[in-house]
Design a protein around this ligand. Structure first.
Ligand code: PLP
Length: 395
């Protein structure tokens, strides 16, 4: 075995990969575990895949693992392919009526907002966008922006736990309380949260929460979960209607029965998730009941330190307080503000081909062209130092 084969991560070494946030990255041992499941499946496909034979107990084992990490009941958790599917399942099941308002934010994820817009349009409801400022100084600005956008017609809202373009950790506990005190049901798009932030869904008490396993839990692509509070489970249907709609025995409740079988599928990404979480937990052992607390702290500290290196080198103020970040950070680069799309594309190409970086560079709004850094355990501070030098050259 050469050196590369012993590396725990498969990320290529000739690249500074600072974009864990987009699709995650999966450790070697997890991919091996996924292949093990795929081999078992192919050795005896019917025995392995038929829900009434050996699949359901395997899914339930993963569900237990997920529930434990989320501090939630396994009863309230279904599996989906990804957060986009989780949001789709909920919004397409909502009993929206003409005249209702549904609330999203300007830092929301485009695919999910599209799903909300589609559901609202077909019901004759309106999508209202709350404007979260950027740069930002405190979580209160977020609460105020959302409060300001609530009206007596608001029935439902979608908020992100960690915003994709800006890496801001929203004050979800406060926002859920605010929604509930206004009789609004709230869905949290937590795509980035598991593995980045401690989660306690029992305490948070959202109506719906969805997230990816393949981002910061580093599971294989593609898998995620959808949590639905017990009182709403009766009305949430999966995006794919399959046998569970009229077949018993695919799960202990109608909710899980419907989600457990989306038609023939490859369950290996799901089944390899416990190995991914065990691997991450083994990197930074801790006495904390949250076994990923050490990893989360490490990644947060690295993101903050990496951002600091770039801000100092470019003499920029911090756009978001450190306390509002997880392990993603977005930095607006003033020298790029007036760049055209072609110039922004040229920056991406130069960063990738000349400087060997992988990270998003994008226009956030009229005032901000930004880059977004991620910090995962395979990253190191010298990568952000090199990035600061490259950005200086490109500014
Ligand atoms: C906040 C947020 N929601 C949803 C998604 C969609 O994830 P997926 O494409 O895996 O469904 C992303 C992806 O980056 C995201 O950042």
């Amino acid at each position: 075995m050469n050196d590369t084969q012993q590396e725990p991560w498969l990320i290529r070494r000739d690249l500074d990969f600072l974009n864990h946030g987009s699709f995650g990255a999966t450790p070697r041992c997890v991919i091996e575990n996924q292949r093990h499941w795929q081999n078992q499946l192919e050795e005896d496909p019917i025995e392995f895949l038929a829900p009434e034979r050996s699949l359901l107990p395997k899914l339930d084992f993963v569900r237990q693992t997920v529930a434990q990490e989320l501090n939630a009941s396994p009863r309230d958790i279904a599996f989906v392919r990804n957060a986009t599917e989780g949001v789709n399942a909920v919004v397409r099941s909502l009993p929206l009526r003409a005249g209702d308002e549904v609330l999203v934010t300007n830092h929301g994820y485009n695919a999910c907002i599209n799903a909300v817009a589609q559901a609202a349009n077909s019901a004759g409801a309106t999508v209202v966008t709350a404007n979260i400022p950027f740069p930002i100084q405190s979580p209160d600005e977020i609460v105020r922006a959302i409060e300001h956008s609530i009206s007596p017609k608001t029935t439902w809202m979608l908020i992100d736990h960690v915003t994709s373009p800006t890496g801001i950790v929203l004050p979800v506990a406060e926002l859920i309380e605010l929604a509930h005190s206004n009789n609004i049901r709230v869905m949290v798009d937590g795509a980035h949260a598991p593995g980045m932030l401690p989660l306690n869904l029992n305490e948070l008490n959202p109506d719906y929460y969805t997230a990816n396993h393949h981002k910061w839990w580093c599971g294989p692509k593609v898998s995620g979960f959808l949590y639905v509070d017990e009182k709403s489970q009766g009305e949430v249907l999966p995006s794919i209607i399959s046998h569970g709609a009229n077949t018993e025995g695919y799960g202990p409740s109608k909710f899980q029965c419907q989600f457990n079988w989306p038609g023939t599928f490859d369950p290996s990404p799901l089944l390899a998730l416990p190995t991914a979480i065990d691997f991450l937990a083994s990197l930074y052992p801790t006495d904390d009941p949250n076994r990923l607390a050490g990893l989360m702290r490490h990644n947060h500290d690295l993101a903050v330190a990496g951002r600091r290196v770039i801000l100092d080198k470019l003499k920029l103020p911090e756009p978001v307080p450190e306390s509002m970040l997880g392990s993603l950070a977005t930095i607006p680069i003033p020298a790029w503000t007036n760049h055209t799309s072609a110039q922004i594309q040229a920056l991406r190409t130069a960063l990738r081909t000349e400087h060997r970086f992988e990270l998003p560079v994008f226009r956030l709004d009229a005032a901000n062209v930004c880059l977004r850094i991620s910090a995962q355990t395979y990253n190191s501070l010298d990568q952000y130092e090199r990035l600061a030098d490259a950005v200086t050259k490109l500014s």
